[in-house]
Design a protein around this ligand. Sequence first.
Ligand SMILES: Cc1cc2nc3c(=O)[nH]c(=O)nc-3n(C[C@H](O)[C@H](O)[C@H](O)COP(=O)(O)OP(=O)(O)OC[C@H]3O[C@@H](n4cnc5c(N)ncnc54)[C@H](O)[C@@H]3O)c2cc1C
Length: 449
Amino acid sequence: MPSADLVVVGAGLSGHTAALAAAESGARVQVLAKGHAGTHWGTGGFDIAGLPGSATSRDGLRRLAATRGHPYAILSDDLEPALEWLRTRLAAEGLTYEGDLDTPLARVPTSIGGTRLAAILPAAQAAAVRPWEPGERLVVCGIAGFKDFWPDAIAASLSRPRVWGGVAGPSRVDAVTVELPGLAARHNLSALELARRLDDPAWRADAVGRIAAALERSGAATGRVALPAILGLDDHAAVLEEFRRRLPLEPFELPLVPPSIPGMRLYYALRAALIRAGGRIQIGEAIAHVDRDADRVIAVASEAAARTTTVRTGSMVLATGGIAGGGLVADHGGHLEEVVLDLPVEAPEFADWLAPDAFDPAGHPLEGAGIRTDADLRPVDQSGKPVFENVRVAGSLLAGQRYLRERCRDGVAIASGWRAARTMTAVAVAEPSAVTAGPGGGEARSVLR
Ligand SMILES: Cc1cc2nc3c(=O)[nH]c(=O)nc-3n(C[C@H](O)[C@H](O)[C@H](O)COP(=O)(O)OP(=O)(O)OC[C@H]3O[C@@H](n4cnc5c(N)ncnc54)[C@H](O)[C@@H]3O)c2cc1C
């Protein structure tokens, strides 16, 4: 039977952060997840605390840390070092980020022609954050036959000053559409196909040339160009460099509907860093059951396509996301269940689950549902007593965050994953535990080196 010092359940930003930090400290780490995570849905940027009314992420962080019951109330000191640590690991895998906690939150365009607040973005999106100079133009560049990006509609929407929320936007927004090599007859191109084609240097050279020519014809001599987020997957850094070098306007990517190419880049960089640090990861493994000994998890069984695998473990990080991630599931009777360990869930009464106004600025009542923990991120019961000594909870599963309004979940994921690993690694190394037989079988044995 395989064994690990730490099993991380969940392959999102929080699970990867915890797994990578623990693996770097020498722990044998196994990540198990039933599927891909919020990474494949998101923008690839890091929302830390994009709270309306906050000038910077640090401002927002300060406000949320002062909010009773918010995860930042126990994690705010971890965020900055965790973020810097993670950025260096991602940069080592070729994925660089720009902006920090003190970068002013700016309105950046979206691929449906709106704007959203952002500050810390992958390099390919970062040019969108800089304030627009008087007279500066924006060209939205679409690809003929690509169904998920409508440059004329985006440009028309971004031409309306009110979209920019009271700050100055571009002086003029235009749209161009470019036919890329060999794709004239196609009407159903996907972001993934285009990103993979751009990874090919020969095809890319031709494609970039056509885009450059179209931008020159648009008459915008200076300014920026918004492109769909398709600038390469495996060779993204080289694709971005070539677009920057050859286009007459400064390019930036607009994230698209899922699957998100910037999110996939983030996932692949996290995964590569984890494997480089000696960690293991298996996707497609829903947790079937967990063996326990008193207040300790001792083995985790997961269900793959044709078999059940059991991993003995000294500890566990539960990073299964909240309702969106699949870590919490509701039944018809108004009960929210935590699906892996049946932990106590903090949630509003059933009668309060639905807000009268779907766009209530205070957020959806169920958003804050999750697992309450102590300062070491151990799950606790209603009296505040830890229910598992060697389990930590990280990411969206933590109670008390309202990410639609607070735009904080990436920051919570990074800070909690980092702290979970640090407290857990101390437990794992300091307290070797004996494993006894549980429902999944297995004889008594130490699982730690
Ligand atoms: C559609 C969408 C839009 C979002 N928009 C924003 C936003 O605008 N701003 C913001 O701050 N955040 C947003 N988020 C949240 C954010 O992207 C992530 O939730 C955040 O990065 C934290 O991720 P996580 O690692 O905690 O969980 P997730 O990314 O949700 O990952 C959960 C992981 O747990 C695994 N899992 C769940 N149940 C089991 C099980 N029983 N067995 C095994 N594995 C299991 C899943 O397969 C997955 O790998 C959004 C999320 C989604 C889904």
